[in-house]
Design a protein around this ligand. Structure first.
Ligand code: PLP
Length: 500
């Protein structure tokens, strides 16, 4: 199977090239040429396999240039019970009738990003081998908090790879910051940016598509790649858990095979919900896809109006991993909804770059609304939802998951659609202890680790040992650079400056 660019559909590359390159040279994103379909029998039989084997089955349909043994060894190395705290990596928790939380945060860094980022380094190094590329891979990553840590863990001390992470200095939770600034590993670099996530992502995308810089990298035996969800190798593994969860619920008798479910996802860069849409295209019986935003509601406004407009105030919120106004993967959805019209996409994204907005025609908006529903809530409603879920179900959820549960409640009330629903639960609550604790009880201490103990005393939920262990870890990466300084910092760290 080949991959096309959303902004130049005449371009066709293999999956290994798409993964190694990350972003297409003209700025578009790689998308599969077609969507492989699973029959209902194939779908429900996934439940008979361990998670790693389910991943290999699904990924083999997309990464057709990977020998099957290569793929098998990649997934076996990524999805081990040691790394994911259990045989199947994901937990399924019922909260009320017909609502299941897909707990995607049992991996090493306690956020759903591990589901893809434990696998991506293996896919990337395998792609480099398939393409006879022996240059050092430099993974540039912009993060709203969770991608950074998950990518650092995935790539630390991987031979032939180096990783540089940029995060917004004041835009991540204290635990997210601690996780990144204490990161061990000989090939890692972490840098705080005086700006927001969009600034980080935009700078990184510019570096990727700069031909002069690419030439300098080649001359030094290096090449850039991406660990952000702009990389196809990040998105493909995310399709697996939706198919997997459905097969498990059929196997346990909670769903009838073929019965439709809705899927509700707390959304920032639109990667996770796009993976759910791709699962639907592969034959997963899905009704509506519910896109949940925090106060940075550029996506729910877009779904309601067909106008994407990033000219608005940016709010730091209690769900910082979704504090995003330029939602990259929406571009992949629009490519599908426009009938794969790369000319339309070029126009919309030129307009976004120039004016900060674009509007899709009525037919595209109608298709969008037939598949998606958008909801949003502010921090007060987020905390109220955490409290409500805790009181009614003795279940502690994090702030991002709470945004999704709030949107689900609003959707059910507005439409009367009571269909069973899978809700992506994207982080362990202890990553956002301050906000989660204050939702259920007034914090007695201001110290983060004292608050973790308070939250444990109230909830009885186990504190992940990898977070507890960071309490006394030494800080390796302090200081910050201005957003205009990202490129210079990359050149400095890599020793590829014009005069370096
Ligand atoms: C990254 C992240 C999100 C948003 O996921 P996207 O794929 O960017 O839409 C939601 N919740 C948490 C905890 C995250 O880390």
């Amino acid at each position: 199977m080949n991959y096309r660019s959303t902004r130049d559909a005449s371009l066709a590359v293999s999956s290994a090239e798409a993964i190694l390159t990350g972003l297409s040279p003209e700025g578009g994103l790689f998308v599969p040429e077609s969507f492989p379909e699973l029959t209902l029998g194939e779908l429900t039989r996934l439940a008979e396999l361990p998670y790693a084997a389910r991943a290999a089955e699904v990924l083999s349909l997309y990464l057709t240039d990977f020998p099957r043994e290569t793929l098998d060894s990649c997934v076996r190395a990524a999805y081990t019970p040691e790394k994911f705290g259990g045989v199947d990596g994901i937990g399924l928790a019922g909260v009320g009738r017909g609502t299941w939380l897909l707990e995607l945060w049992h991996g090493p860094t306690c956020a759903f990003k591990d589901m893809a980022l434990q696998l991506l380094p293996h896919l990337l190094t395998a792609s480099a081998r398939l393409l006879d590329c022996d240059r050092e891979l430099v993974i540039l990553t912009a993060t709203s908090g969770d991608t950074g840590k998950a990518a650092l863990e995935g790539f630390r001390d991987v031979p032939g790879a180096r990783i540089l992470v940029f995060y917004p200095e004041d835009g991540v939770s204290p635990m997210q910051k601690r996780q990144m600034t204490t990161q061990p590993g000989g090939n890692v670099h972490v840098c705080a940016i005086r700006g927001n996530f969009d600034d980080c992502q935009t700078a990184v995308k510019q570096i990727f598509t700069d031909p002069e810089l690419a030439a300098r990298m080649t001359a030094r035996g290096k090449r850039f790649s991406s660990a952000n969800s702009i990389n196809w190798g990040r998105l493909a593994p995310q399709i697996v858990y939706y198919l997997s969860a459905y097969s498990q619920l059929c196997a346990s008798g909670e769903l009838e095979p073929g019965e439709k479910v809705n899927i509700c996802v707390p959304t920032g860069n639109f990667g996770n919900i796009l993976a759910a849409y791709y699962a639907k295209r592969m034959g997963l019986p899905v009704g509506k896809l519910l896109c949940a935003s925090n106060r940075n509601r550029v996506l729910s406004d877009f779904i309601a109006t067909g106008v994407y407009d990033k000219n608005r105030e940016f709010y730091p919120t209690a769900s910082p991993s979704m504090d995003i106004l330029i939602s990259s993967n929406l571009e992949r959805l629009l490519f599908e909804l426009s009938g794969r019209d790369d000319g339309l996409l070029r126009g919309w994204y030129a307009s976004l770059a120039e004016t900060g907005r674009f509007e899709v025609p009525a037919a595209v908006k109608a298709r969008l609304q037939s598949e998606f529903w958008g909801g949003w809530c502010d921090d007060d409603a987020t905390r109220a939802t955490i409290r409500d879920v805790f009181e009614r179900h003795t279940y502690l959820c994090d702030t991002h998951t709470a945004v999704a549960l709030h949107a689900l409640g609003a959707y059910r009330e507005a439409t009367g659609d009571a269909r069973p629903t899978l809700v992506a639960s994207t982080a362990n609550p202890y990553k956002f202890t301050g906000n989660v604790l204050s939702a259920i009880a007034p914090p007695r201490s201001r110290d983060e680790y004292a608050q973790i103990e308070e939250l444990f005393d109230i909830s009885g939920m186990e504190v992940p040992p990898q977070l507890a262990a960071l309490k006394d870890a030494p800080v390796r990466f302090a200081g910050s650079v201005a957003r205009e300084g990202i490129r210079a910092e990359v050149e400095r760290v890599l020793g590829i400056g014009n005069r370096g």
